[in-house]
Design a protein around this ligand. Structure first.
Ligand SMILES: [Fe+2]
Length: 403
């Protein structure tokens, strides 16, 4: 591509990144709201049921906000997934409390809950209205997102996936940008092994899907490559060394760069499949994404522009000597590009297998007779941005290969 042909749109919130920077939360709330005289900002803090309390961070936050005379109301009902009930109820409480800023601390579900409540507070109505097509025309209540995992990238995207409890359907609501994404890798030191693996797998899958997506552009590709450089080599290392802050730092930075990439460059068929499978089988998002990526890569590989990027990843992972004494992937990288683009798929299977992600759908209880149902519900913008076009027959074939 010639430089004169470069065009892109790039959107993201204000970002603060670094170890220990959660201590700046109070100052950032003051900077965002600029309270006058005796005004006390009222913070509505959304989190999960227990992990923040267990880690001791909740008490640290509480005392640092008290020092700045910032009132705090905690809503710890954000669970494994954001639902219409949790959001609608949260909005009512935030309004009753006259909250003027929302803070969401947790994984993707907590951050999506915070986004949705911030939008509902200023725009009115209930989530179901927005699922039915209503738009957020007013700016949301200011909100700050603090991820506790290195994986979802939700802190820098403007959409939230919410489950309708009546219909069981998950649907995005969009247009909700955080006032600030505050990333402190120290928080992730408390994340257990299994969730470190699933979140890291999700981040690596998102970065690879974004790298080759139809929606990618000059800058989203730049961020995807930088994300892959951090996530690929460090995912198996952090899995073996959870208390290593240096590795946690690299994973969180990789996850942020991946979020910036796909928020602007979109995803692909893995994420098209991930939503219906996640709903039907109650499987962790990162697990299902990691399991399916090699099969979707194999389908996309015949496209020249995709294969070129797979070769780039293969050469990078070979140079980094990732898991050279583990798994099925041949030790030496083939010399031809076709061989390299196949080699990287095997290497990615090895990485995911090493961190405990199954290689086949049958390993997680999905049977051949379930596949038509999954394919029927595989739709949406991620699928539309897969680099190689698909149809229902092709989707079925990919899943059969993954069985
Ligand atoms: Fe994902």
């Amino acid at each position: 591509m010639k430089f004169s042909e470069i065009k892109f749109n790039f959107l993201c919130p204000k970002i603060i990144f670094g170890k220990g920077r959660i201590g700046e939360l109070g100052q950032e709330i003051v900077k965002t709201l600029k309270p006058k005289g005796n005004e006390h900002p009222k913070t509505f803090l959304i989190t999960g049921k227990s992990s923040l309390k267990k880690s001791g961070y909740l008490e640290k936050i509480r005392s640092s906000l008290e020092d700045l005379k910032i009132d705090l109301e905690i809503y710890d009902k954000a669970g494994k997934e954001p639902t219409t009930t949790i959001l609608n109820k949260g909005k009512e409480i935030a309004l009753e409390q006259k909250a003027n800023i929302i803070v969401g601390i947790g994984g993707g579900s907590v951050m999506d809950t915070a986004k949705g409540i911030a939008g509902l507070v200023t725009n009115g109505g209930i989530v179901e209205d927005y699922h039915a097509g209503k738009e957020f025309l007013k700016a949301p209540l200011p909100f700050i997102l603090i991820p506790s995992t290195s994986g979802t990238g939700s802190e820098v995207t403007n959409n939230a996936v919410i489950k309708n409890e009546d219909s069981g359907v998950k649907k995005s609501i969009r247009g909700l940008w955080a006032s600030l994404a505050l990333l402190d890798p120290k928080i992730t030191l408390y994340l257990p092994k299994k969730y470190t693996a699933y979140a890291g797998a999700d981040a690596l899958v998102q970065a690879i899907e974004s790298l080759v997506s139809k929606g990618s552009n000059f800058i989203s590709v730049f961020f995807a490559k930088e994300a892959i450089k951090l996530l690929g080599p460090n995912l198996p290392k952090v899995y073996d060394d959870l208390a290593n802050i240096d590795l946690r730092d690299k994973m969180m930075l990789g996850s942020l760069l991946d979020g910036l990439s796909f928020a602007n460059g979109k995803l692909g068929a893995v994420h098209g499949f991930a939503h219906p499978i996640g709903i039907k089988y109650d499987l962790p998002h990162g697990l299902i994404c990691g399991l399916l990526l090699p099969y979707v890569m194999e389908y996309n590989r015949p496209l020249n522009n995709v294969a070129e990027k797979y070769v780039w990843i293969a050469e990078l992972f070979n140079k980094e000597k990732i898991l050279t004494n583990y798994g099925e992937c041949p030790k030496s990288l083939p010399t031809d590009n076709k061989g390299k683009s196949k080699w990287i798929i095997e290497k990615i299977k090895d990485i995911f297998q090493y961190i405990g992600i199954p290689l086949h759908l049958s390993d997680v209880g999905i049977r051949e007779e379930d596949i038509d149902d999954i394919v029927k519900d595989t739709t949406g913008s991620s699928l539309a941005n897969n680099p190689r076009d698909t149809d229902k027959q092709i989707l079925k074939k990919i899943l059969l290969n993954a069985l």
